[in-house]
Ligand binder design. Structure first.
Ligand SMILES: Cc1cc2nc3c(=O)[nH]c(=O)nc-3n(C[C@H](O)[C@H](O)[C@H](O)COP(=O)(O)O)c2cc1C
Length: 204
């Protein structure tokens, strides 16, 4: 990050970009927005058309319900939006969930929407970019794309359940994955159940 004339690094605004693409698990994006609200972090949302489809298939939420959870909601084709520029300072971006189509587009740098442009900005500005990629099984092209993105500095964070947290519901599984992804930005969401070492006879 750029230093000022005194050599100090200015604090970043508590502001995060949230992209929701059309992989299964729109609820991950919904809960990321809820978490940011609880944490007092300004959220900037951009959603793909396919994500609105999965939202309607997987939840009872409308597009308006989703947008209403964000502080700022941007149109997908608005490449003139604030988040399209590196000069608009943010803590980074999470794509939750991230489809392999969106992942592939981010990896090429040939971006066609505000979502992928915003992600490209994170990479060029060396800001954290967390991709909750959801697809299975993965073919070699998917794996190579993930490798390329990891080499560019992105964090590949597939939403996989942590059974050690003993989730009692799908909601708890979702929140654990979202919270662990938010850890990358230094955000500590209360919903996360943290491992604190083995307890009892096996670990004393
Ligand atoms: C119900 C449903 C579930 C889907 N699940 C996935 C998925 O888990 N991962 C994925 O990469 N694509 C999935 N897709 C396909 C994507 O939505 C599709 O490739 C779309 O073009 C992605 O566009 P986007 O990246 O602009 O959101 C799903 C589509 C539907 C309708």
């Amino acid at each position: 990050m750029a230093e000022d004339v005194n050599g100090a690094v200015p604090a970043l605004p508590r502001r995060l970009v949230v992209g929701i693409s059309g992989a299964s698990g729109a609820i991950y994006g919904v809960r990321a927005l809820d978490a940011l609200r609880e944490l007092g972090v300004e959220s900037h949302l951009v959603v793909t058309r396919a994500a609105l489809l999965t939202l309607s298939q997987e939840t009872d939420l409308s597009a308006d319900d989703l947008m209403g959870r964000a502080d700022v909601s941007h149109r997908l084709n608005d490449v003139g939006a604030s988040i399209a520029s590196g000069s608009f300072r943010t803590m980074g971006m999470i794509v939750a969930p991230c489809s392999v189509r969106t992942m592939g587009e981010i990896a090429t740098g040939v971006t066609s929407t505000l979502l992928t442009r915003a992600a490209d900005v994170m990479l060029k500005e060396r800001r954290p970019l967390v991709l909750m990629v959801r697809e299975t099984p993965l073919h070699l092209g998917h794996l190579r794309t993930m490798t390329a993105l990891a080499e560019m500095g992105a964090v590949i964070a597939p939403p996989l359940p942590a059974f050690y947290a003993k989730p009692a519901s799908i909601a708890e599984m979702v929140d654990q994955s979202v919270g662990r992804a938010l850890d990358v930005f230094g955000l500590d969401w209360a919903a996360v159940k943290r491992w604190d070492g083995l307890k009892g006879p096996a670990g004393e």
